[in-house]
Design a protein around this ligand. Sequence first.
Ligand SMILES: [Zn+2]
Ligand SMILES: [Zn+2]
Length: 255
Amino acid sequence: MLNWIKFLGTGGGRVVVFRQLRQSGGMWLRFSGVNILIDPGPGSLIRIFENGLEPKDLNVVILSHRHLDHSSDINAVLESATESTKKPIDLLVAPKDALEGEEPVLLKYLRKGIKDIVYLDEKTDVSYKNLEIKGIIKHIHRGADTYGINITDDKSSFVYVPCGKFFDDMLSAYPANADIMVFNTTFVKPRGNVQHLSAEDVKKMVSHLKPKKAVITHFSVEMLKANPKSVAEDIQKETKVPTIAAEDNMKLIFS
Ligand SMILES: [Zn+2]
Ligand SMILES: [Zn+2]
């Protein structure tokens, strides 16, 4: 059962992340007692300690894609979590181009600190303890292979919709009725040439997929100006699905 989610950051747009208008440490999930870190962007290690979490407790690290706002702290976090590779973590799940491409984001020596590396793509389906971690549809997102993520056990389903331009196939590829869907909602309105989700796209997905709860995060300056809280209220009003705007260090408790 999904226990809780701690948002170590909610920044998304370039200015928001690289001027640190919002934090950018990713998300820490406790799911069936398993500790999972997703998308450790700039400052993730600091935010982990600030929130009283312990990197050595991590079992699984997941990257949705290799862009710096999602991956830049992976080395620092793994160095800490594994005591410089002496105590390996169990599992890293990441797209191949994040680890093997022209500009891999993981330093080679840290591989010793990971027992199992699984590439993330549309076919990924890996069991870990009583969890199942699945890759969902490949997103349209420039410069990085990017995939949605679904983590389930026999009681709950968590869905992460990372960055990318909305396209209709997402409506059928993502699982319906999840307990929670977290959307990287960079913009309020779609911007044709910029490959990020907007609140309008999220409305379509939420109305269609009917999760029990939706969370928006990964905000641009435009979104911060519009006030993520009122954008979330607007999504909720239209979809009738409880929707909240993530805040830095927010903890959502499920069980
Ligand atoms: Zn991003
Ligand atoms: Zn990206």
